[in-house]
Design a protein around this ligand. Structure first.
Ligand SMILES: Cc1cc2nc3c(=O)[nH]c(=O)nc-3n(C[C@H](O)[C@H](O)[C@H](O)COP(=O)(O)OP(=O)(O)OC[C@H]3O[C@@H](n4cnc5c(N)ncnc54)[C@H](O)[C@@H]3O)c2cc1C
Length: 126
C-alpha cells in the first residue's frame, strides 16, 4: 500500500460519531477539520441537525468507558454538567404494555452498570 501522508483528516458531522472520530484521528493526523452544517451553540442546546437531541439520553457503561478513553475527565465533565448517575435495574423501571413477562411492567436487567441520563446536547457538549 502506498504511503499516505497523515497531515489532514476531514470529518463530516459534529454529532457523537463525528466528534469521537475527530478525537481519535487527532492522535494520528497533524490537523483534523470537522465540517458541520449547523452553527454549533456555545452551550449545550438542541439544534436542527440532531432532532433526536430533544429526548433524554442514557449512556451505557461501555459507552461511558469508551468516551472516557477518548476524552480525559469525561465522566467528571458530565457530573459537573449535572448528568444524573443511576444504577440500571435499581433506579429505573421500564414499562412495556406489550411485554409477555408480566401484564404491563418489567424490570430492566439487574446489572449494576451505571448510566448517565442527560440530554443529547449535554453529551455532545461534554
Ligand atoms: C428518540 C431517540 C432516543 C435516543 N436515545 C438514546 C439513548 O438513550 N442512548 C443512546 O446512546 N442513543 C440514543 N439514541 C440514538 C442517538 O441519538 C444516536 O445514535 C446518535 O446521536 C447518532 O450520532 P451520530 O453522530 O451518528 O449522528 P447525529 O447525531 O445524527 O449527527 C450527525 C451530524 O452530522 C451533521 N450533518 C448531517 N449532514 C451533514 C452534511 N451534509 N454536512 C455537514 N454536516 C452534516 C448533522 O447536523 C449532525 O450534527 C436515541 C435516538 C432517538 C431518535
Amino acid at each position: 500500500m502506498p504511503h499516505v501522508a497523515r497531515t489532514h483528516a476531514v470529518v463530516i458531522g459534529a454529532g457523537m460519531a463525528g466528534l469521537t472520530a475527530a478525537q481519535a484521528l487527532s492522535k494520528h493526523f497533524g490537523k483534523v477539520t470537522v465540517i458541520e452544517r449547523d452553527v454549533l451553540p456555545a452551550e449545550p442546546a438542541p439544534r436542527s441537525g440532531t432532532p433526536q437531541a430533544q429526548h433524554a439520553h442514557m449512556l451505557l457503561a461501555g459507552g461511558l468507558k469508551a468516551l472516557q478513553t477518548l476524552f480525559s475527565g469525561f465522566e467528571y465533565d458530565l457530573a459537573e454538567a449535572d448528568a444524573v448517575k443511576i444504577r440500571t435495574g435499581k433506579d429505573i423501571r421500564m414499562e412495556r404494555p406489550d411485554s409477555i413477562h408480566s401484564p404491563s411492567v418489567i424490570l430492566v436487567s439487574t446489572s449494576s452498570a451505571c448510566r448517565a441520563p442527560c440530554s443529547r446536547p449535554l453529551l455532545g457538549g461534554a
